[in-house]
Ligand binder design. Structure first.
Ligand SMILES: Cc1ncc(COP(=O)(O)O)c(C=O)c1O
Length: 376
């Protein structure tokens, strides 16, 4: 092999690594992190991604997983066993609440949902078996902002762990571990990878014991990420800071435009001064508010259809956080599994559209919206 020094990490697209002899095998066990054995246990590409995310979140270490969902699963299973109880913010990604209420309950992990008004006083919800609270920095889809330092004081008082889903904010805006969270999870599928071509997740831990548990759960349950996806995500991550600035600046311009448009009845964006947690969002987000916003037109699916059909190029794609703007429809996608009462209670009605602002020029995005809103 010539003596080559690639500038970027090559893709180690292999499921297994060879050992020279039994001594090399022993070294693998004696000196963890010095060599590799089997990609489900570790791979240079997924390790690179974990290290880079950990640097940004400033934890004790991170574990990457096959999706955001498996990151949440790994975090919960690392801390809980059958007979335990978890708390979950009521306003959360629909998949997270479904995982807890419809799947983990089947293996004996009970869940209670905490409404936004009670997030900072948990006494009425905490049981002797409660182990953790799961909440989002900014809720999906209505962008309610959590005061992480305040909720962390309460979880510490209650002796439970705080697990923050930081997908919408990213560590560029907010570092939950600094504010008292114990574990941070991301759907790396979203901003961290950033180009809508990866499905991945990550768990970042503050404590070494939690990190060991998450690592074990990832390996034993087989929740690992593939090397190629790890490589793609690590490449995307290199531009995270730049992208988040542009996403945030564009989203603010879009929110201001929507706010004054007669066809728009409500806009949810923490960067607007009218947003109930605007000051908190400003302080917690280093002056940036992210690329996600939601707005409501007429509460009528037909009007939403007309709007979607009239958008010249922005696609209706039920994900978010890519470099290209896209829209989604929470009632029919991310929050479809909720009961109509839950949807109504959260404010997810027929006219609510979630808007993932890309990094195009803001005028281009606004021109598209102008065209589509005229059709409503
Ligand atoms: C806030 C949030 N957390 C977690 C997830 C789950 O991530 P994934 O789709 O990568 O499994 C999503 C997916 O949309 C999300 O929006």
């Amino acid at each position: 092999m010539p003596n080559i020094h690639p500038k970027t990490t090559p893709i180690y697209q292999t499921s297994v690594f060879a050992f020279e002899d039994l001594n090399a095998l022993e070294l693998y066990f004696e000196q963890p992190g010095q060599s590799y054995m089997y990609t489900r246990y570790g791979n240079p590409n997924t390790d690179e991604l974990a290290q880079e995310v950990n640097k940004l979140e400033q934890g004790a270490g991170a574990v990457v997983t096959s999706s955001g969902m498996s990151a949440i699963l790994a975090a919960v299973l690392a801390v809980c066993k059958a007979g335990d109880h978890v708390l979950c913010a009521e306003e959360i990604y629909g998949g997270s609440s479904t995982l807890l209420s419809q799947e983990l309950t089947r293996i004996g992990i009970d869940v209670s949902f905490v409404p936004p008004a009670d997030m900072y006083t948990l006494s009425a919800y905490v049981q002797p078996t409660t182990r953790l609270l799961l909440a989002e920095t900014m809720s999906n889809p209505l962008l309610q902002v959590l005061d992480i330092a305040k909720v962390a004081q309460e979880t510490q008082r209650q002796g439970i762990k705080l697990v923050i889903d930081n997908t919408f904010a990213t560590p560029i805006l907010t570092k939950p571990l600094h504010l008292g969270a114990d574990l941070v999870i991301h759907s790396v599928t979203k901003y961290l990878s950033g180009h809508s071509d990866v499905t991945a997740g990550v768990v970042v831990c503050k404590a070494a014991e939690d990190l060991q548990r998450v690592q074990r759960v990832m390996m034993v349950y087989g929740l690992n990420l593939s090397p190629f996806e790890g490589w793609l995500a690590a490449r995307g991550l290199k531009t995270l800071r730049l992208r988040m600035k542009q996403h945030s600046n564009n989203a603010l311009a879009v929110a201001r435009f929507l706010q004054q448009h007669p066809a728009v009845e409500q806009v949810w964006y923490p960067g607007l001064e009218e947003h109930p947690q605007h000051m908190l969002a400003k302080a917690q987000g280093q002056g940036l508010f992210g690329g996600m916003l939601s707005f409501r037109i007429k509460d009528n699916a037909e009007a939403v259809n007309r709007f979607m059909q009239a958008l010249p190029s922005i696609p209706f794609a039920p994900s978010l956080a890519g470099v290209n703007t896209s829209i989604s429809y929470p009632l029919g996608t991310s929050h479809r599994a909720l009961t109509p009462e839950q949807q109504q209670k959260m404010g997810i009605t027929a006219g609510v559209i979630r808007f993932s602002t890309g990094i195009e020029e803001p005028e281009e995005i606004i021109a598209e919206l102008e065209t589509a809103l005229a059709a409503v």
